[in-house]
Design a protein around this ligand. Structure first.
Ligand SMILES: [Zn+2]
Length: 86
């Protein structure tokens, strides 16, 4: 059960050269001069950028506050390998 919950909230990093993002992945992007993430919803596959004005990404990749998608997905997510961001 714990694995299932983690599976819904843990986003995996995709590099630009690895092709189009797939659901529940993230890639680095910049908005307003700050590093942030473009994520893809695991449920509806919509891509969205986390606005630095609305979300804070901790050093360990956890995102606060929780992320809400128009489709109803609403989770506290973690960006795997965020700490590797240069
Ligand atoms: Zn969605």
């Amino acid at each position: 059960m714990l694995d299932l919950i983690e599976d819904r909230t843990r986003f995996h990093r995709v590099k630009f050269w690895e092709g189009e993002p797939t659901p529940r992945t993230w890639r680095i992007t910049i908005r307003d001069g700050k590093f942030t993430a473009k994520i893809v919803c695991p449920d509806c596959k919509t891509a969205a950028t986390l606005d630095p004005k609305d979300h804070t990404i901790q050093a360990d990749g956890s995102v606060t506050p929780s992320v809400v998608c128009d489709c109803g997905y609403h989770e506290t997510i973690t960006l795997a390998d965020w700490s590797a961001t240069e």
